[in-house]
Design a protein around this ligand. Structure first.
Ligand SMILES: Nc1ncnc2c1ncn2[C@@H]1O[C@H](COP(=O)(O)O)[C@@H](OP(=O)(O)O)[C@H]1O
Ligand SMILES: [Mg+2]
Ligand SMILES: [Mg+2]
Ligand SMILES: [Mg+2]
Length: 327
C-alpha cells in the first residue's frame, strides 16, 4: 500500500486535539469556566482559549508557515480587566506546557487569526459547542487541513460522547481523504478502528439529529421535513460536530442544519472536520440547496446555506424533501 501523503499531518492533528481535550476536561471538571461574552453575545471560556493555544502551538511547531483559521483570538485576554482570565488560561496551559509564559500563550492563540484563503491552511474550532460545554453536554475540538479549499485531513475529538458498545466516554474521530474514517478512544488514541455510516435505505427508519440551540437550526422546519419523509421518531438534539460523528459511526442517518437567521453565514471551522469524517465513512454532505460545501473562500462558507449530512444512501431523498419543505 502506498504511504499516505498526509500521515504526519494526521498524526500531529490527532495528538493536538487529544492534548486539547485534556485541558477542556480538566476545566469542565472544575466547573469554573471564567466565561466571557463575545461581541456577538456568544460565550467563550478559559477552555476555548487554552485549547486553541495548545493546538496552534502543535501545528506551528510541526508545520511552521502553515496558516491557521481558528475561531478565537487573544484580544479579550489582553484587556487589563481580564488579567485574571488570562492567568487562568496560562495556568491551565502550563499543565501540558510547563515552560509556557503569558506571551507564549497569547502568541500561540494568535497563530489562529489567519482569515485569507491559502493553498494550504488549517482550520480549528478549539471548542465547538461552547454552550454544550457549559451545560456539561456535548462539545468537540475540531481540526482540519484544507488543500486548495478541499478538506484533506480531519481530527475531531468529542470528549463527552459515549457509545452503546462499551463504557468508554470520549472519542477521537479522524480521516484522510481517500483513506476512510476512523475512531479511537481518547484514552488510547492510536488504537484506531474503521467506521462506516449506516446502510439504512428507508427514510422512515432514519434517525436524525440536529442542534440543541434553536438559533442554530430551524427545528419547526426540520420536523416538517421529517414528517414528509415519514420519520416518526423525534430528532436527537446534540451540540457541536458530535452530530457529524454520530452519523459517521452509523448511529444516526441524518443531520439537518436548516438556516434560521437570514444572513447568518456558516464558519468553516464548524463543519470542515465533521464533513470529511462523514464523507470518508461513506456519507454525503451538502448545503440545503444540494451544493457541496465550498471551503475555498476563507473563514466563511459564503457560497452555502445550512447543511444536510446523511449516511449517503438517503441523501437524495432528504435533499429533495428539504427542497420541497416549507420554511
Ligand atoms: N445563528 C446561527 N446559525 C448557525 N450557527 C450558529 C449561529 N450562531 C452561532 N452558530 C454556530 O453554531 C455553533 C454551534 O453549533 P451547534 O448548535 O450545532 O452546537 C457555534 O460554534 P461555537 O460553539 O464553536 O461558537 C457557532 O459558531
Ligand atoms: Mg463560539
Ligand atoms: Mg463552533
Ligand atoms: Mg468554538
Amino acid at each position: 500500500m502506498a504511504t499516505s501523503p498526509y500521515s504526519e499531518e494526521l498524526r500531529i492533528a490527532i495528538e493536538a486535539v487529544v492534548e486539547a481535550s485534556k485541558i477542556c476536561r480538566h476545566i469542565q471538571s472544575t466547573e469554573d469556566f471564567a466565561e466571557l461574552s463575545k461581541n456577538d453575545k456568544s460565550p467563550v471560556t478559559v477552555a476555548d482559549f487554552g485549547s486553541q493555544a495548545i493546538v496552534c502551538k502543535a501545528i506551528q511547531e510541526a508545520f511552521p508557515g502553515d496558516p491557521i483559521i481558528a475561531e478565537e483570538d487573544s484580544a479579550a485576554l489582553r484587556l487589563p480587566d481580564q488579567i485574571s482570565v488570562l492567568e487562568r488560561v496560562v495556568k491551565e496551559v502550563k499543565k501540558l506546557q510547563p515552560a509556557a509564559s503569558k506571551e507564549d500563550v497569547l502568541s500561540w492563540i494568535d497563530q489562529g487569526v489567519s482569515r485569507d484563503p491559502a493553498p494550504r491552511t488549517w482550520t480549528l474550532d478549539p471548542i465547538d459547542g461552547t454552550k454544550g460545554f457549559l451545560r456539561k453536554e456535548q462539545y468537540a475540538i475540531a481540526l482540519a487541513l484544507l488543500i486548495d479549499g478541499q478538506v484533506q485531513v480531519a481530527a475531531l475529538a468529542c470528549p463527552n460522547l459515549d457509545t452503546a458498545e462499551s463504557d468508554d466516554v470520549g472519542f477521537v474521530f479522524s480521516a484522510v481523504r481517500g483513506e476512510g474514517a476512523f475512531v479511537a478512544s481518547l484514552s488510547s488514541p492510536n488504537d484506531r478502528r474503521s467506521i462506516q455510516t449506516s446502510d439504512c435505505t428507508s427514510a422512515k427508519e432514519a434517525r436524525f439529529c440536529e442542534s440543541v440551540e434553536s438559533g442554530h437550526s430551524d427545528h419547526s422546519w426540520s420536523s416538517e421535513i421529517a414528517k414528509q419523509l415519514g420519520i416518526s421518531r423525534d430528532s436527537v438534539r446534540l451540540d457541536s460536530q458530535a452530530k457529524y460523528a454520530v452519523v459517521a459511526r452509523g448511529e444516526a442517518e441524518i443531520y439537518l442544519r436548516l438556516p434560521t437567521k437570514p444572513g447568518y453565514v456558516e464558519k468553516i471551522w464548524d463543519h470542515a472536520a465533521g464533513c470529511l469524517v462523514i464523507e470518508e465513512a461513506g456519507g454525503t454532505v451538502t448545503d440545503v440547496h444540494g451544493y457541496p460545501l465550498d471551503f475555498s473562500k476563507g473563514a466563511l462558507l459564503s457560497e452555502n446555506q445550512g447543511v444536510i449530512a446523511t449516511n449517503g444512501t438517503l441523501h437524495e431523498e432528504v435533499a429533495a424533501a428539504v427542497k420541497n419543505g416549507t420554511a
